[in-house]
Design a protein around this ligand. Structure first.
Ligand SMILES: C[C@@](CO)(OP(=O)(O)O)[C@H](O)COP(=O)(O)OP(=O)(O)OC[C@H]1O[C@@H](n2ccc(N)nc2=O)[C@H](O)[C@@H]1O
Ligand SMILES: Nc1ncnc2c1ncn2[C@@H]1O[C@H](COP(=O)(O)OP(=O)(O)O)[C@@H](O)[C@H]1O
Length: 306
């Protein structure tokens, strides 16, 4: 049994992401044709677990998935190289001049294709874990550069907590969790205990952004993509309306959706909302969590032959 130093294996607890504000501007050539964003990211305590273990030199990578809600990851014909965690492994291996002889085991709890950045969370966890496993000492600037090439919200997922995001979402201004901006968000009821209403349905981020160019933002939404996500997925609008009529909130769609987020600081609010959502079959899965949170890494005890 190797000592729990992380020398042969590390486990990462990767939080989901919501947007407490999401302003979407026009597509820009200097942003690679992506929309200019001004957003407040907040990491949420819905955790994927990414376990990384060294494999024999030259044996290549191996990916395994576990979880009850794997969405379109569950298809037999899915190429493992399409998994964002594998893309992160290959990008880190290339940047570090390393062979990608690593097994990646992901325990999925973050709903897939939900607007919660589950893929980016796993990819960020893989990057942080490899930086430790391979003793790279890669600085945050280099990790951010690689992350931004893999996904717009991946740089945020490396850090967690609260952060403003601009550019296409990759330019970060982390917010001090005790600072004035975090306190303002807390006074607005946008931090603390929340409920996520999730669906077996998925929405394609690319499709939502494309439809946004035709539909545009709602008049008073925290999230400019919300009107589009609710148009494409009406059950999300139903779930939000139930929360609003019960006076529970703020309530909004998470990122490109379809999942919805309702801030529920008091226990009785959560009980009421869960009852309403279930009575009206407004959501498929309800998750209670707190926000903001930070990613965590722990050494893995690797028994030989594992
Ligand atoms: C919408 C947001 C809000 O935080 O999160 P999710 O809902 O995906 O979690 C993000 O902008 C999603 O980030 P991410 O999921 O990494 O998107 P990517 O894979 O990089 O991009 C998928 C596609 O979305 C479009 N895209 C993405 C970001 C952006 N600023 N403008 C865009 O137009 C592009 O068509 C891109 O090809
Ligand atoms: N490790 C992963 N976890 C979740 N989705 C992944 C992963 N790797 C690739 N994907 C793909 O990314 C797409 C978007 O998934 P996800 O990041 O969960 O949603 P969103 O972009 O809406 O936050 C899905 O269709 C899924 O097939």
């Amino acid at each position: 049994m190797s000592p729990a130093t992380g020398r042969d294996g590390v486990a990462l607890y990767c939080p989901a992401k919501i947007n407490l504000r999401l302003r979407v501007g026009p597509t820009r050539a200097d942003l690679g044709g992506q929309h200019r964003l001004d957003t407040i990211y907040s990491a949420v305590g819905v955790w994927d677990k990414v376990e990384l273990r060294r494999r024999e030199p030259g044996s290549g990578f191996r990916l395994s998935l576990e979880g009850e809600h794997l969405g379109d990851l569950n298809r037999r014909d899915t190429d493992p190289r399409a998994n964002l965690a594998v893309k992160a492994l290959l990008a880190m291996a290339q940047a570090a001049g390393h062979q990608p002889d690593v097994s990646i085991h992901i325990v999925k709890r973050i709903p897939v294709g939900a607007g919660l950045a589950g893929g980016s969370a796993d990819a960020a966890g893989t990057m942080l874990g490899l930086n430790r496993l391979w003793n790279l000492g890669m600085p945050a600037t280099e990790l951010n550069r690689i992350a931004a090439q893999l996904g717009a919200d991946l740089p945020f997922c490396l850090h967690g907590g609260l952060s403003r995001g601009t550019g296409f979402g990759q330019i970060l201004q982390p917010l001090d969790l005790d600072g004035p901006q975090a306190q303002r968000l807390s006074r607005a009821g946008l931090t603390g205990h929340l409920l996520i209403g999730a669906y077996e349905d998925q929405l394609s981020t690319a499709q939502v952004y494309k439809a946004f160019d035709l539909i545009g933002p709602g008049p008073n939404d925290l999230n400019d993509l919300q009107e589009t996500a609710c148009t494409l997925h009406p059950r999300s609008r139903q779930a939000l309306d139930l929360a609003r009529r019960a006076g529970i909130g703020p309530a909004f769609v998470s990122g490109s959706g379809p999942s919805v987020v309702v801030m529920a600081p008091r226990p009785e609010q959560a009980v009421t909302l869960i009852r309403l959502w279930r009575e009206q079959n407004a959501v498929d899965r309800i998750i209670e969590a707190d926000s903001p949170v930070l990613p965590r890494m722990v050494p893995l005890r690797v028994t030989h032959g594992q």
